[in-house]
Ligand binder design. Structure first.
Ligand code: NDP
Ligand code: 2IT
Length: 445
């Protein structure tokens, strides 16, 4: 496999799609040896086929705001690969959304979903709609307008969207309501649904819980636990909330949170009512973390800075892509960090990842670490198909087992000669092989 030739070709075909190209390069670098050892993959054009989405839908989303003005946003759905199951992946509503970001997320989702061991292909979608400052009615009208176009493309056995940044339980409700009306069916076409209408217990917590379950396994390889550890979390959304809950339960202390405006440092630890306050902060649609320091005056707000300058044992970046760069990585290493686990998708830049790996620090990539969210979406799909609901304990136990199995797969495929576990390599190889072998079985399609 000629990696540079493939990357040059993609750069020419998709100029400027930097996040997508970044994500593809990272995976190809890891699987280069495996592909070279398996010439049948090259002969079947597996790489050329896996790096391009099966199809991309783009559409206009017109809606009317509370002042009676017409607004127009762009909507997308990227159906990347369905070799092992229906396309599956979240919807992101954020002003930064563009095709490159959704293609990077959809590409990552293929391997993440493969790692879960559940039958789900990879997809992603969303809009450049900005939920910030919008009323509930505006959110509803936007979601309805978005679904009026999307519904043709999705279905419980075709493509099953869910939440991501800016899309939580409220948005899934509005999207589902419109789908149900248009399709005249009540099926598991979306995940992250409300508990009364087909949702699964634990799905809201799942990404954060799974992140911490995975980090717990990483720490265990060094004979360590979360007990007494200081932890930096970034973001203040769904993933950050779930991670803070589980770290606290396991005896660790979360001391930071962050938003686009800066970060919060709370030396006493973000516990109990402080974690619940995150839900309020998120629901306010203000998109700033600073109000935490008004509510809990013992906390300090650091304007325009990221939490990575704080001395911690464990770092859990849970906000967004490329939020932790090389300088941040160096600061964490200088401060003695022992484990970094990506709750968000691709939050560490390639240079930061390289530094962690060079320094042989425990580093878990998003597609393995945050797979608990989509895994629990898969469990929601199973429950919908069976028309049954599992208990909280049952779902949590399955989630825990899945995260331990993903850790094992990374270890088996990523352990280097000196015993260091390269989780990036392990996750990419394990995720890729299952999909590549399925594509081989299914022929050139
Ligand atoms: P939310 O919308 O609930 O929260 C996202 C958080 O990140 C918000 O606090 C957001 O603030 C903040 N944020 C965005 N940009 C920045 C920035 N530059 N600096 C600091 N904070 C920022 O989304 P989720 O918690 O669901 O998603 C967080 C990450 O986890 C994303 O990378 C997502 O793809 C990933 N993920 C989510 C899963 C899920 O099930 N929800 C599953 C697996 C991964 P703001 O809105 O103001 O920008
Ligand atoms: O990035 C992700 O894995 C998600 N946003 C969750 C996707 C899902 O289908 O639950």
């Amino acid at each position: 496999m000629d990696l540079e030739k493939i990357m040059n070709g993609l750069e020419q075909k998709h100029p400027g799609e930097k996040e997508y190209l970044q994500a593809v390069r990272e995976v190809l670098e890891s699987i280069e040896d495996i592909v070279n050892e398996n010439p049948q993959f090259e002969a079947a054009g597996i790489i050329d086929r896996i790096v391009e989405p099966d199809r991309v839908f783009t559409f206009k989303v017109p809606w009317v705001d509370d002042n009676g003005n017409v607004q127009v946003n762009l909507g997308y759905r990227v159906q990347f690969n369905n070799a092992i199951g229906p396309y599956k992946g979240g919807l992101r509503f954020h002003p930064s959304v563009n095709l490159s970001i959704l293609k990077f997320l959809g590409f990552e989702q293929i391997f993440k979903n493969s790692l879960t061991t559940l039958p789900m292909g990879g997809g992603k979608g969303g809009s450049d709609f900005d939920p910030k400052g919008k009323s509930d009615n505006e959110i509803m009208r936007f979601c309805q307008a978005f679904m009026m176009e999307l519904w043709h493309a999705i279905g419980p056995d075709t493509d099953v969207p869910a939440g991501d940044i800016g899309v939580g339980g409220r948005e899934i409700g509005f999207l589902y309501g419109m789908y149900k009306k248009l399709a005249r069916e009540h099926t598991g076409v979306l995940t992250g649904k409300g508990l009364n209408w087909g949702g699964s217990l634990i799905r809201p917590e799942a990404t954060g819980f799974g992140t911490v379950y995975f980090a717990k396994e990483m720490l265990a390889t060094k004979g360590e636990t979360f007990e007494g550890k200081t932890v930096a979390v970034s973001g203040f959304g769904n993933v950050a909330w779930g991670a803070a809950l589980k770290v606290t339960e396991l005896g660790g202390k979360v001391v930071t949170l962050s938003g686009p405006d800066g970060y919060i440092y709370d030396a006493e630890g973000i516990t109990g009512e402080k974690i619940e306050y995150l839900l309020e902060l998120r629901a306010s649609n203000q998109d700033i973390v600073k109000p935490y320091s008004y509510e809990f005056p013992e906390a300090q707000f650091h304007q325009g800075k990221t939490p990575w300058e704080v001395k911690v044992d464990v770092a859990l970046p849970c906000a967004t892509q490329n939020e932790l760069n090389k300088e941040d990585a160096q600061a964490l290493i200088n401060n003695g960090v022992i484990c970094i686990a990506e709750g968000a998708n691709m939050p560490c830049t390639p240079e930061a990842v390289e530094l962690f790996l060079e320094n042989k620090v425990l580093f878990g990539p998003g597609k393995a670490v945050n797979a608990g969210g989509v895994a629990t979406s898969g469990l929601e799909m199973s429950q919908n198909s069976m028309k049954l609901s599992w208990s909280r304990e049952e779902v949590d136990e399955k989630l825990h087992t899945i995260m331990c199995n993903i850790h094992e797969a990374c270890k088996n495929n990523g352990t280097e000669e000196d015993g260091y576990i390269n989780y990036v390599k392990g996750a990419n190889i394990a995720g890729f092989l299952k999909v590549a072998n399925a594509m081989m079985d299914e022929g050139i399609v």
